[in-house]
Design a protein around this ligand. Structure first.
Ligand SMILES: [Zn+2]
Length: 172
């Protein structure tokens, strides 16, 4: 069995996602996850280095939930949102590696609607918000056959740990 994918998330970003979910309660919040994916560099093998995270989230791009018909239990990302998120990522030297949203008064598990509207490769973070209070946070990736999600581990990294990577000595 392949290793479960792992997502590195800055501790301050985890708090921002929770805060966004509390702020929009009882409606869903949503946004883009901006970061880097070690396997995304075209034409190169991903580095087998324990210090190189497979995928890390370095910034958020909050979006407006445009589902006015049912904002409590579904969100949708428009083509315009994708372009705006990609532009914001590009400006920071990052890429869009996933999306987050909240589940007001529901568990942090993807719904059938989430599955039907997700794309493979991206990470989908879901935070459960019960009575306005953020609870569990989970992350998922849609399988290539688009029938189901695989859970993805979240590793919370605090600022000092995230910055350690930038002072690493570059070796050939
Ligand atoms: Zn959902």
């Amino acid at each position: 069995m392949a290793d479960a994918p792992t997502l590195w998330l800055g501790g301050h970003l985890a708090e921002e996602i929770r805060a966004h979910g509390a702020e929009t309660y009882p409606h869903e919040c949503c946004g883009a996850l901006l970061g880097r994916d070690a396997s995304a560099v075209a034409g190169t093998e991903p580095e087998k280095d324990a210090l190189t995270p497979p995928r890390e989230i370095l910034a958020l791009f909050p979006l407006i939930n445009r589902r006015e018909d049912s904002p409590r239990n579904r969100f949708s990302v428009t083509a315009g949102d994708v372009r705006a998120a990609e532009k914001a990522a590009c400006e920071q030297g990052l890429e869009v590696v996933g999306w987050y949203h909240s589940h007001p008064d529901h568990p942090a598990r993807p719904s059938g609607y989430d599955r039907d509207n997700a794309w493979p490769w991206y990470s989908y973070i879901i935070v459960s918000v019960q009575n306005g209070v953020p609870q569990d946070m989970t992350s998922w990736r849609l399988n290539d056959d688009r029938q189901d999600f695989t859970p993805e581990g979240i590793e919370i990294h605090h600022r000092a740990a995230v910055q350690r990577g930038s002072s690493q000595t570059m070796e050939k």
